[in-house]
Design a protein around this ligand. Structure first.
Ligand code: NAD
Length: 266
C-alpha cells in the first residue's frame, strides 16, 4: 500500500534548492558564511552580501565545486535603499548580518545603538520589502531571520543588540502573517553563543563590563545559563536555516527555532 503523502515534497529526502536564488547577509564570516555554503551545497545560487570584500573572496573559494554557486555582493547594509534593491528577485532570504557592543546603558554610545538597530532591524525590513514582490508573484518564498536567544531573553550590557533582536522577532512574525496567503513563510532561528568572530571579539568587552578576567568569560558569562556547556558551531545553525527552507518545514511559520543548549528551559 502506498503511504499517504504527509506534506508537499515529502517524497524528496535530500535538500535540493536547485533553481532557487538565495540572499544571505553577513555572508563573509561566521554563521552567514556557513549558511551560504549550506544553501549552495543544496544547489541554490547564493547572493552573498557583506561589507567585507576579502571575506567574500574567501567564501567564493570555499564554494568552488558545490552544486550551486555563490555570487559575492559587497554592500554596507546601512545603505538601506541599496539593501532593498539587492533583495529583488530572491526566493530565499536569510537576514543574518549583525554586530555587537557590550556597554552599560549609561555609557552606551548613541551612534552605535543607531547602527545596530539599522543593520539588525531596519535592513531586514528593507530586504524583506525588496524580496516580497517576487516571492508573492510566484507564490513561494522563505524568510529566515537569524535572531538569537537574545530575541527571547535579555542580558545586561547589550541594550542595542537585545532591542534589535526582540524587534526582529516581531518583524518576522508579522511577515509570517502577511506572507501566508502568498506561500511565504517567515521564521527566526535563535542560537545561544556560536563559535564565530562576533563572540571572540566581545570577550574583552564582557570581561571589562563584568569586572572579571577574560579567561573566565566563557564559563562564567557566556555558558552560565546554557545546560549544554559548549559553544554551538556555525554549521549547526546553517542546518537549521536550511531545514526551515525545506519542504518538510512548509507548515512552520511565525515561530522561532531555538538552538540554545537549554538556556531558555530555566
Ligand atoms: N555568534 C553568536 O554567538 C551568535 C549568537 C546568536 C545570534 N547570532 C547572530 O548571528 C548573526 C551572525 O553573527 P556571527 O556570529 O556570524 O557574526 P560575525 O561577526 O562572524 O559575522 C557577521 C557578518 O556581518 C557583517 N556585517 C556587519 N555589519 C554589516 C553591515 N553594516 N553591512 C554588511 N555586512 C555587515 C560582517 O562583516 C560579518 O561578516 C548575527 O545577526 C548575530 O546577532 C550570533
Amino acid at each position: 500500500m502506498t503511504p499517504p503523502r504527509a506534506f508537499p515534497g515529502s517524497e524528496a529526502p535530500t535538500l535540493d534548492f536547485g533553481g532557487r536564488i538565495a540572499l544571505v547577509t553577513g555572508a563573509a564570516g561566521g554563521i552567514g558564511r556557513a549558511c551560504a555554503l549550506r544553501l549552495a551545497a543544496a544547489g541554490a545560487r547564493v547572493r552573498a552580501v557583506d561589507r567585507d570584500p576579502s571575506g567574500l573572496d574567501d567564501l567564493l573559494g570555499a564554494a568552488r565545486g558545490l552544486a550551486g554557486a555563490v555570487e559575492p555582493h559587497v554592500l554596507d547594509l546601512t545603505d538601506l535603499d541599496a539593501a532593498e534593491q539587492a533583495a529583488a528577485g530572491t526566493d530565499i532570504l536569510v537576514n543574518n548580518a549583525g554586530l555587537q557592543r557590550v556597554r552599560p546603558l549609561e555609557e552606551f554610545p548613541p551612534d552605535v545603538f543607531h547602527t545596530v538597530l539599522t543593520v539588525m532591524l531596519e535592513a531586514p525590513f528593507r530586504l524583506i520589502r525588496g524580496a516580497l514582490p517576487h516571492m508573492y508573484g510566484q507564490g513561494w518564498g522563505r524568510i529566515v531571520n537569524v535572531s538569537s536567544v537574545h530575541g527571547l531573553r535579555a542580558s545586561a550590557f547589550k541594550s542595542a543588540y537585545v532591542a534589535a533582536k526582540h524587534g526582529l522577532e516581531g518583524l518576522s512574525k508579522t511577515a509570517a502573517l502577511e506572507g501566508a496567503p502568498h506561500g511565504v513563510t517567515s521564521n527566526c532561528v535563535n542560537p545561544a553563543y556560536v563559535r564565530t568572530p562576533l563572540v571572540e571579539k566581545q570577550l574583552a568587552d564582557q570581561a571589562r563590563a563584568h569586572g572579571i578576567p577574560e579567561e573566565r568569560v566563557l564559563s562564567e558569562v557566556l555558558l552560565q545559563d546554557s545546560a549544554l556547556k559548549r559553544l554551538i558551531e556555525p554549521e549547526e545553525v546553517a542546518e537549521a536555516v536550511a531545514y526551515l527552507c525545506s519542504p518538510p518545514a512548509s507548515f512552520i511559520t511565525g515561530t522561532s527555532l531555538v538552538l540554545d543548549g537549554g538556556w531558555t528551559a530555566h
